[in-house]
Design a protein around this ligand. Structure first.
Ligand SMILES: Nc1ncnc2c1ncn2[C@@H]1O[C@H](COP(=O)(O)OP(=O)(O)OP(=O)(O)O)[C@@H](O)[C@H]1O
Ligand SMILES: [Mg+2]
Length: 332
């Protein structure tokens, strides 16, 4: 990436809210900022309800009602996606930014042929004849490791395995040659072998086309396999952000540390207990002024009850939202 061209995607202060009946507001994404360069992967990890899906749906401007973006900017290839018209946005969605949804079964028709679903994805953006559509579908399927593409194109999703359907979803996200792919839990509920295949397929696409990827998961192990940088979300905020290796080696936030410790070791033995993080995530409709991780934090001290720490740079490129980050107070 040259400094002059800047990152492909620069998100700044993104804040998304759901107004509730009675006047209160849930801030599901709270002041999130990050950058992503071509050919790189940002992994976003965090437990259920931390705001991962709302974050990427905000980038695409496909929030469920009554969600609304309250603040921030999403600069993609020099244009702020939050300040362009819906018509222009439609030309970007699917074409320049591909999306793999959290629930593939819900976004593919089970009974329409795979070929017709590919053709439809292309025709949403341009006129394309039958032969060209077929050609491009075969190439997109090849890019995700589907070899027997003639048979796959002729079949209907209900006839296919979960792993194959997930590859088709990725192929569909790729067929327009997007610069950026947003993948929301693309490997959840798949067995480990298929997970590995999907990750390998995404990596290959990235190598071949320089595609940037945002990869969401609640699984730290999966995130570690694919990411260059990682953002840890907790209760709608980024609590840690940095390059993957440093974050995994020396996590600064106690929550990140807990997530890393809860990864099943490769040599897991029957009866071995995994270390999970006790407690529950905060209720976003009833946040007090304390650190939102305080009730679960083994290291909690009075300042943590007094105010919620902002994400701040602790070391070059290492951001953490904690009054007492781990590496700095390692003697505690
Ligand atoms: N339609 C909605 N109305 C009100 N609040 C919502 C709505 N959708 C999401 N939220 C709020 O946003 C929070 C974050 O939701 P989100 O779907 O982004 O979580 P997630 O991190 O993707 O979780 P998961 O791992 O389960 O997919 C929810 O806990 C909820 O408080
Ligand atoms: Mg989600």
């Amino acid at each position: 990436m040259s400094l002059q061209s800047g990152p492909m995607l620069a998100v700044s202060g993104l804040t998304t809210e759901f107004p509730l009946k009675g006047g209160s507001v849930i801030r599901a994404v709270d002041d999130i900022s990050f950058t992503l360069a071509a050919g790189r992967t940002l992994g976003i990890v965090g437990e259920s309800g931390s705001g991962k899906s709302v974050l990427i749906r905000s980038l695409m401007r496909i929030l469920d009602a009554p969600g609304r973006i309250a603040a921030g900017s999403v600069v993609f290839k020099g244009r702020d996606l939050l300040r362009i018209g819906e018509r222009e946005m439609r030309g970007i969605r699917g074409r320049q930014i591909g999306m793999i949804f959290q629930n593939p079964a819900g976004s593919l028709s089970p009974v329409a042929t795979v070929a017709s679903q590919f053709a439809e994805a292309m025709r949403a953006h341009e006129r394309v004849g039958a032969a060209a559509a077929r050609d491009r579908s075969i190439r997109a399927l090849a890019a995700v490791g589907v070899e027997d593409s003639a048979a796959v194109l002729a079949s209907r999703p209900y006839q296919l395995s979960g792993g194959l359907i997930q590859r088709i979803m990725i192929g569909l996200a790729l067929v327009m040659g997007p610069d950026l792919i947003l993948a929301d839990e693309p490997t959840t509920n798949l067995d480990v072998t298929v997970q590995e295949q999907i990750i390998a397929a995404l990596r290959k696409v990235q190598r071949d086309f320089g595609t940037a990827i945002i990869f969401i998961s609640h699984d730290m192990g999966v995130i570690s396999e694919i990411s260059d940088d990682i953002m840890v979300m907790y209760g709608a905020r980024a609590v840690e952000y940095g390059d993957l290796r440093s974050v995994v080696r020396t996590p600064l936030h106690p929550y990140t540390d807990g997530l890393i410790r809860s990864v099943p070791p490769a040599d897991i033995r029957p009866g071995m207990r995994l270390q999970a993080i006790p407690g529950y995530p905060p209720d976003l409709s009833r946040l007090g002024g304390s650190c939102r991780f305080a009730s679960r934090c083994a290291r909690v001290r009075p300042p943590c009850e007094a105010n919620d720490p902002a994400l701040a740079e602790q070391a070059p490129g290492r951001l953490v939202a904690c009054h007492f980050p781990l590496a700095v107070t390692a003697d505690v």
